[in-house]
Design a protein around this ligand. Structure first.
Ligand SMILES: NC(=O)c1ccc[n+]([C@@H]2O[C@H](COP(=O)([O-])OP(=O)(O)OC[C@H]3O[C@@H](n4cnc5c(N)ncnc54)[C@H](O)[C@@H]3O)[C@@H](O)[C@H]2O)c1
Length: 355
């Protein structure tokens, strides 16, 4: 029998030996911009609970918002203290970009100019180009080498492009944008249609822009049934539903949530951002792919020079576009439509950059 004092000493040196807790890694710094906003508020506790980087990964949270939101940001910090989260090893609250990006290993960029009623897409792009140009230089100058970035703020694909443009020293592979919410919505719709658990559905694809031109594609998805893994196409057996209702519902889901809640999606967006980073950093399960907005390398005939949502697998912190999926004429026309929209957004963005 070990004496109490020996047990106490053991517990302080290596608590996981006595309490079945995982051995903890060195803390990493995670930046959340727009941290006083809706998604920011939902995501910070998820990150500090290990839902993004794992239950063995302590984090120091850096939270950035604009000066007008400084009090609200401080309120979020107070709540994080009150939540007594064991993985949370520090909080930096700031309205200064240089301080926010200092030494960060991961950056989740949620802060941006919101789309207000009557606002043209062009105006939204103009406002956000300025923000992402400025944050790109903070990223390049102050973040840790190999910092991995997820852009959530809309227009997400084009904001990611501006980061790449104005942070040329950051590898393009380290910049991604969020289409995982759309991917998860697609899985959710298929699961409801088939009456199966969402965890039994996999390999849907969201192609293109995080906008209403995105193409949610169920043609490669499968679902686990009591008769084994089956193609969703075969199980649904309703091509009209797959091409029309399914596509339209996923494309318009954000608007439907706003109509119902009078506020935009935040819980599901925060959860999707955690899924995106977790799969990127810790890897996708074998046989499963996810959708991520990444810099196009020309795969599937998508033009280079835009951030486009592709099916990807991830291993050891690197993503690769899944190759060789069949794309029929229907899918091709939808994919082109979204690529054309991104091309237009890019032209608008460069117009504002040069003015
Ligand atoms: N990609 C996706 O799937 C997805 C899903 C949902 C929402 N979004 C987008 O995410 C963004 C955030 O949504 P929300 O509901 O949290 O909005 P929100 O308005 O509640 O929060 C945005 C926050 O960003 C802050 N902000 C503005 N400019 C900033 C700057 N320059 N630096 C730092 N912070 C800044 C605001 O002060 C605010 O606190 C929006 O652009 C929204 O359209 C994307």
């Amino acid at each position: 029998m070990l004496s109490n004092s020996v047990l106490q000493r053991l517990a302080s040196w290596c608590p996981w030996l006595l309490r079945d807790e995982p051995k903890l890694k060195q803390p990493v710094k995670v930046l959340v911009t727009g941290a006083a906003g809706q998604i920011g508020y939902a995501i910070v506790s998820m990150i500090a609970r290990g839902l993004m980087l794992g239950p063995d990964q302590p984090v120091v949270l850096h939270m950035l918002d604009i000066p007008r939101m400084a009090d609200a940001l401080n309120g979020v910090r107070m709540e994080l203290v009150d939540a007594a989260l064991p993985l949370l090893r520090g909080v930096v609250v700031t309205t200064d970009e240089a301080e926010a990006f200092q030494g960060v290993n991961f950056a989740v960029l949620i802060g941006g100019w919101p789309r207000k009623e009557g606002m043209e897409r062009k105006d939204l792009i103009a406002k956000n180009v300025a923000i992402y140009k400025s944050q790109a230089s903070a990223l390049q100058q102050h973040a840790a080498p190999n910092c991995k970035v997820l852009v959530v703020a809309n227009p997400a694909n084009t904001n990611a492009l501006m980061l790449k443009e104005f942070a040329p020293a950051v590898p393009a592979r380290n910049i991604t944008c969020l289409t995982r919410l759309d991917h998860n919505r697609a899985l959710g719709q298929i699961a409801e249609k088939l009456g199966v658990h969402v965890g039994d559905v996999r390999n849907a694809v969201v192609w293109g822009n995080h906008s209403s031109t995105q193409f949610p594609d169920a043609s490669h998805a499968t679902a686990r049934t009591e008769h084994g893994e089956k193609p969703v196409r075969e199980l649904v057996a309703d091509e009209k539903w797959l091409r029309e209702e399914f596509v339209g519902t996923v494309q318009q889901r954000g608007a439907a949530v706003i109509k119902a809640r009078k506020q935009s999606s935040s819980l599901s967006a925060a959860s999707a951002a955690c899924d995106h980073m977790r799969d990127w950093i810790l890897g996708t399960p074998k046989g499963m792919w996810v959708s991520m907005g990444v810099y196009s390398d020309g795969s599937y005939g998508v033009p280079e020079g835009i951030f486009y949502s592709f099916p990807v697998t991830c291993e050891k912190g690197e993503w690769s576009i899944v190759q060789g999926l069949q794309v029929d004429d229907f899918a091709r026309s939808k994919m082109e439509l979204s690529a054309n929209e991104l091309d237009e957004e890019r032209s608008m963005a460069y117009e504002f950059v040069s003015t």
